[in-house]
Structure formats: structure tokens, C-alpha cells
Design a protein around this ligand. Structure first.
Ligand code: C2O
Length: 349
């Protein structure tokens, strides 16, 4: 059977996935009075997500204003599910064992390291983007993507690197800001040309060369009663994890323990760059489905996958139930990605 939506009334403590240690983090969502089966709006304005390094001044200004409005909700109404910490806590609740699997109280619900990874994060960003748009009254607001698969995007996007911006987060590795080149393969190299070449090679590998079945890319089956973390797809395990680790602090002895913010599930959503990173992770899924030519079925058709469910608060604070199988076509969800070069696509060194 498919994994069911969590029962918010049973939400409990969060713990570190690696050690099981209790976390100093309360991440349970507000309780609703009812749950609505979500219907994708039939008529809506289209949202075109731009690359962060190419976003216009106007787009950046809107983005900063919207994130600031979210942060303001944390103080004006901490129980508003659209607030910044409430949104960050969604990640903690679905990833650090605050939710158990419905019907299996001894099993944590875990949306990583399995085939739930892409659909969960797509729906998460979908509502996050709509909330941001709602808070600034702009139904076309589109979440930028951190284009780390292109050499032009292989630094922390400068819009996140300004301490006076709502997009800033202090809990990052200070070495990996400014002009530092991302290191998706943990190579430790300090040669920028080598880093760029490594990154392109590893993206080609996780998108093309090392993928021979659908689950190689999407992740392994995870159903009702499955143990958590059966195995992630190539993109989740590769560039996705590489960026998380690269951005998060490495100093675990000081107050920033556990590689906050980006380096751990419970805190990752507290860094605004998380959503911009995941916008690109989501884009890599669209590119794999639509651009990469191979003879592999692009979508898993098992009902255990299609009918897996999640709950999110929408932009109108309604708690809605969505299914994994209803999110494969991003255009039906009302958004798409600006098309830009894919220099890794023919990168066979
Ligand atoms: Cu839910 Cu990038 O992790």
C-alpha cells in the first residue's frame, strides 16, 4: 500500500537521523479543523522560475519582500502556518521522525532516500511559492533556482550573500561564500577549473551515465510499512546532498552543531537558499523527464508510488492532501523553468 499522509494529532519529538539523539527543535505543525483534498486550480497565472544568477532587480526585490513578509509572520502570528519557521519546520517534521508512518507507530515517516523525494519536495515548493506570492499579492511570483549545474551558477548565488537581505542566513560555511566554487563531489580541490570539470562530470553521471532504470534516478520503493531510507536516486544522493553539505557549517563544536542550517534535515529549511537549491533539484527532475534521451520509462507507475500522500497548508491556510502522482507535470501545476544552457548534457570527458 502507499504511504499515507501523516496524522498531525500524533506528531511527536524530532530526533537526529544518524544518531537518534533528541533534537532541540519543536517542529510539529498547527492542528487543522479539517483536511481538504487538494484540487489544482484550473485557471491561474503562469509562473516562470528564473535562474538565481540571472534574476532581474525587480524579481529579486519581490523575492526579498516576500521572504521578509514570511519572517514577519513569525513574530506577528507564530501559529500562522505560512510563517518562515512554520515552513522550515515542515522539513523537520517529515524528515526527523516527528511524524510516524500512519498505521506503523514504530516506523518514522521519512521522505528522503526513497522515491518520495521528488514528489514531496515538489509539492513543498509549490505551496511555498504560492504563499510567497500571496504575501506580496503577486500571483505570478516564481521561486528562482540555484543553477549549480551551469558554471555560471557554481557559487552561492550573490543575492543570498548580502547580510542586509532577508535572504541571508548566518549559519553557513564562511569558506563557501563569495566566489568559492561549489564542490559537488566532496573532492576538496582548490583548483577552480578542476572543480567545474568535476561538477559537470558528476552531473552528467547522475543524469545520464549511471542511470539505467527509473528507480536509479527517482529512488527506491518506499511503501506503507517500509523501513525508512531504502535508497535515494542518483540526483538526490549526488548534487542534492553535495550542495546541502557544502553550504552548511562544518564547525560542530560551537553553537552551530549538526552542520546547521543546510547540512541537517531539521534545520535546512531555515536557510532561504534551501528553497532555491530545491528549485534546481526539482528542475533537474523536469530535465530528466523531458530532455534526457534514453529508453528508460520516466515515471514509476506503481499505485504505491502514485497514491502516496502528503499534507501541506496552502496559501489560504487550508490544510490540503496531495498525491505524489498528481505532480509530475509542472505545467499543470502552473509553473515551469526558464530554459537555459545545459553544458553537462554532452559532457563526456
Ligand atoms: Cu528535504 Cu534537500 O532535502
Amino acid at each position: 500500500d502507499p504511504v499515507q499522509a501523516p496524522d498531525f494529532t500524533k506528531c511527536g519529538d524530532a530526533h537526529d537521523v544518524a544518531t537518534g539523539a533528541l533534537l532541540d527543535a519543536k517542529c510539529c505543525p498547527p492542528l487543522p479543523d479539517k483536511i481538504i483534498d487538494y484540487e489544482i486550480p484550473k485557471f491561474q497565472l503562469f509562473r516562470l522560475r528564473p535562474a538565481a544568477h540571472r534574476a532581474s532587480k525587480e524579481q529579486v526585490a519581490k523575492y526579498e519582500k516576500a521572504i521578509q513578509a514570511m519572517r514577519d509572520l513569525d513574530t506577528s502570528d507564530p501559529q500562522d502556518p505560512r510563517g518562515f519557521m512554520q515552513q522550515a519546520n515542515i522539513h523537520c517534521a517529515y524528515c526527523n521522525g516527528a511524524h510516524d508512518q500512519v498505521g506503523f507507530n514504530n516506523l518514522d515517516l521519512q521522505v528522503h532516500n526513497s522515491w518520495l523525494f521528488f514528489p514531496f519536495h515538489r509539492w513543498y515548493l509549490y505551496f511555498y511559492e504560492r504563499i510567497l506570492g500571496k504575501l506580496i499579492n503577486d500571483p505570478t511570483f516564481a521561486l528562482p533556482f540555484w543553477n549549480w549545474d551551469n558554471p555560471k551558477g557554481m557559487t552561492l548565488p550573490p543575492i543570498f550573500d548580502n547580510p542586509n537581505s532577508s535572504l541571508y542566513d548566518a549559519k553557513r560555511d564562511p569558506k563557501n561564500t563569495g566566489s568559492a566554487i561549489v564542490d559537488l563531489t566532496f573532492s576538496g580541490s582548490t583548483d577552480n577549473l578542476q572543480l567545474v570539470a568535476n561538477n559537470l562530470t558528476s552531473i552528467y553521471s547522475e543524469m545520464v551515465r549511471s542511470v539505467s532504470t527509473t528507480t536509479d534516478f527517482v529512488g527506491k520503493p518506499y511503501c506503507a510499512g517500509s523501513n525508512p531510507s531504502p535508497g535515494g536516486g542518483s540526483s538526490e544522493n549526488g548534487s542534492h546532498t553535495g550542495i546541502h553539505w557544502w553550504v552548511g557549517t562544518k564547525d560542530t563544536t560551537g553553537p552551530n552543531k549538526f552542520n546547521e542550517d543546510m547540512g541537517n534535515f531539521y534545520s535546512a529549511g531555515r536557510d532561504p537558499v534551501f528553497y532555491c537549491h530545491h528549485s534546481n533539484v526539482d528542475r533537474m527532475w523536469t530535465i530528466w523527464r523531458e530532455v534526457v534521451q534514453n529508453n528508460i520509462p520516466k515515471d514509476i507507475t506503481s499505485s504505491n508510488y502514485l497514491n502516496a500522500e502528503f499534507l501541506f497548508y496552502d496559501e489560504n491556510k487550508r490544510l490540503v492532501r496531495v498525491k505524489a502522482g498528481d505532480c509530475f507535470d509542472q505545467r499543470k501545476l502552473g509553473y515551469d523553468y526558464d530554459r537555459i544552457d545545459l553544458p553537462w548534457l554532452n559532457y563526456r570527458p
